[in-house]
Design a protein around this ligand. Sequence first.
Ligand code: NAP
Ligand code: ZN
Length: 352
Amino acid sequence: MFNAKAYSAASATSPFASSTIPRRDPTEHDVQIEILFCGICHSDLHYARDEWHSIMPTVYPCVPGHEIVGRVTKVGSAVTKFKPGNLAGVGCLVDSDRTCPHCQAGLEQFCQKQTLTYGSPDKHLGGVTYGGYSDSIVVDERFVLRIPPNLNLAGVAPLHCAGITTYSPMRHWGVTKGKKVGVVGLGGLGHMGVKFAHAFGAHVVVFTTSPGKKEDALRLGADEVVVSRNADEMQKHAGSFDFILDTIAADHDINAYINLLTRDGNLTLVGAPSMPLAVAAFGLLLGRRSLSGSPIGGLPETQEMLDFCGKHNITADVEVIPIQKVNEAYERLLKSDVKYRFVIDMASLKSE
Ligand code: NAP
Ligand code: ZN
């Protein structure tokens, strides 16, 4: 065991502060990674503030962070995929039972015994797992991703959650050329959704509450932008979408979007507001429309997404911050004031 530097929160109302956390010495299948960049996902905020208490109560002190890229510093004797010096990535999962039907299908995101990167029971050290707001992490190589060498590293970090969480449902629901696709909310997830839907050849419409994001939405790959608070603008698109991806992190009227779906259209929730959303039955049954959800993605599809990004030169648009600004970044996230993902430069942790 060794001590790693980290930023942790001691309670739902405490700011993040410098601390140390235990990490295991790499066992034979493990990879030790020096973390270079870690994205800040809105899920980190929900978790740190215990907003998902009824589903996943937070254990304090907590160290979030599941959009990790870094360099391998050590490998166990049985590791075959990585060597010291390689780039490596870690997303939301660090383990699973590996034997259930989901794991066998490469869909570890559905494993009932999965270990999340933070906040899950730690099988090795006891306590809970600690995430990427830290200078290092030790992970079984099966849960470590290979990073395409041609991409900007800070912009790659958010692909490990925001990237796969938007890529996976679009692949599942057949987002391709000729489809009309909506992306609701232009934040970390939303802006990646726009990039992927555009890359898959769809006609992309962004729904935003922030008129100031219009230009950016078009630059990111949207064909049209709708300010969702404008009822007339919304009405123009009624009954026309094949697929809508809803990334909103807070309470909102989901029926307004269900009504924009065509016959047999699907709305997938990836945003995870803490309170239930009210759904009007008629919106669904009149058009045989469906409402579904989607969590992150499995390891094979996450690697596929990273390779796709390497081939198509896709990364997140990031604002790189030192870790000392993480509390400020959380306040800005709550105001939808991020273009479009905060990423922590972990070199800033060395001075703590
Ligand atoms: P984010 O960067 O904060 O983006 C959310 C966007 O939603 C905001 O930029 C804003 O876009 C819009 N929004 C925020 N509050 C709103 C409100 N009250 N009404 C309408 N629109 C609002 O967050 P994120 O990191 O993309 O995460 C989004 C959600 O996805 C979070 O709940 C997070 O926990 C969840 N998530 C789920 C998964 C999964 O596996 N399913 C994975 C990661 C994250 P505009 O300014 O354009 O309106
Ligand atoms: Zn996330």
